[in-house]
Design a protein around this ligand. Structure first.
Ligand SMILES: Cc1cc2nc3c(=O)[nH]c(=O)nc-3n(C[C@H](O)[C@H](O)[C@H](O)COP(=O)(O)OP(=O)(O)OC[C@H]3O[C@@H](n4cnc5c(N)ncnc54)[C@H](O)[C@@H]3O)c2cc1C
Length: 349
């Protein structure tokens, strides 16, 4: 049958897939159950090149960033909205060991495109100990809620988006087609985030998802717009609030309830960075879909060729989803090969 694709889940993964199909004029239906707190709705949307304790450039950053920049700008133009904001990113070094590590790393050739020549010069009335930091280039943040919501309205206006909770048992596939809710499709793509842990066709994928919490904080940053990080990151927003985060909890009973201990630690770190008076106005929690030892996985099911999967975006969904979605769609429509490191079939058991 000619291509018509069912996408299940409208987080960052499903939304990027829908846009990639729309760009190629392929009919689609995207179905989401519209939960209030999902990973994509809670996410800060940070896109930052030099991350983590090891102070290294994030995996394939250059390739993913170039694609993300083009993709979000094009979506913004189509929707006449702005949700992608390039931003300076200041990393403050925590202690002598980190400073020593940075002095070793800073000359690495792969770092050079991302280093700003000037020292950051933060306001000492706003940030505690603003010295010992470096500023990064090619960083940004995505207003994920605006991007998801405007995209949803756009696809709804084309009758290509609906709200429903899709049960795996209600989606039938055979050699010819996929069928759901009385409609036929050439493929189904499951892009359902961490809920895929319970999907009977994907139970063997080694998920290791992590609960994460972010704070919303009211504070006057005296015009500071850059993202600042020392132990936790602060993301100034346009409305004199900022977001601060985030925690990683590898074991949890309830996906909506963070441990009090983790939230207290985050609050303490926030106050160790932010000197300006601050009031915490909200706490949001969701589960990041993470696959053990993988940056992401995509492709078709080993024995169900019309059933595809895109998942495991971890804490990099804003950065990587545009590139991953294009590659999965090219695989389904044109038969291109999926990069072995991210191919679901290479990782099946
Ligand atoms: C605290 C926190 C901070 C984060 N910060 C960042 C950050 O700064 N930068 C960044 O890039 N990423 C960040 N992330 C991670 C990022 O958000 C994820 O990589 C991304 O959201 C994963 O997107 P997804 O579409 O795969 O999954 P999800 O966002 O979970 O989307 C899946 C969607 O599928 C729907 N769904 C599931 N099952 C069904 C079903 N059966 N029927 C219908 N619908 C279904 C869900 O309701 C949901 O809407 C953060 C995440 C958290 C939790």
């Amino acid at each position: 049958m000619s291509p018509r694709i069912l996408i299940i889940g409208q987080g960052l993964a499903g939304t990027a897939l829908a846009w990639r199909l729309w760009e190629r004029a392929v009919p689609l239906l995207i179905v989401d159950r519209d939960e209030p707190h999902t990973s994509s709705k809670v996410a800060a949307g940070l896109i930052t090149p030099i991350t983590g304790m090891r102070l290294t450039v994030s995996w394939r950053y250059d390739v993913f960033y170039r694609e993300a920049l083009r993709f979000y700008r094009a979506c913004g133009k189509r929707l006449k909205q702005r949700f992608f904001f390039p931003r300076g990113y200041v990393r403050l070094l925590k202690n002598e060991a980190e400073i020593a590590k940075w002095h070793k790393r800073r000359r690495d050739p792969d770092m050079q495109p991302f280093l700003h020549r000037q020292t950051p010069e933060l306001n000492a009335e706003v940030i505690h100990q603003p010295e010992n930091g470096f500023q990064q280039r090619h960083a940004a943040w995505l207003d994920t809620n605006a991007y998801l919501e405007f995209s949803r309205c756009f696809f709804k206006s084309l009758d290509s988006s609906i709200t429903a909770d899709v049960q795996p048992a209600d989606v039938h596939d055979d050699a010819d087609a996929v069928e759901w809710n009385g409609q036929r499709f050439s493929h189904v793509i499951w892009a359902q985030g961490w809920s895929a842990e319970k999907h009977p066709l994907f139970h063997w994928v080694p998920f290791q998802s992590a609960l994460g919490t972010i704070l919303t904080v009211k504070a006057d940053l005296q015009g500071e717009k850059r993202i600042v990080n020392r132990g936790c990151w602060l993301l100034p927003r346009q409305d004199s609030t900022l977001r601060a985060g985030s925690t990683y909890e590898w074991t949890f009973d309830d996906p909506n309830t963070p441990s009090a201990d983790q939230v207290q630690k985050l609050e303490a770190t926030l106050h160790s960075v932010l000197k300006a008076p601050a009031q915490i106005t909200a706490t949001q929690t969701a589960v990041r879909p993470i696959i053990k030892n993988r940056q992401a996985l995509m492709g078709t099911h080993p024995t169900h060729p019309r059933v595809a999967f895109l998942n495991g975006l971890g804490s990099k969904g804003s950065l990587r989803s545009p590139w991953l979605a294009r590659h999965l769609i090219e695989h389904l429509l044109d038969g291109t090969t999926i990069d072995a490191e991210m191919d679901l079939q290479h990782n099946s058991i």
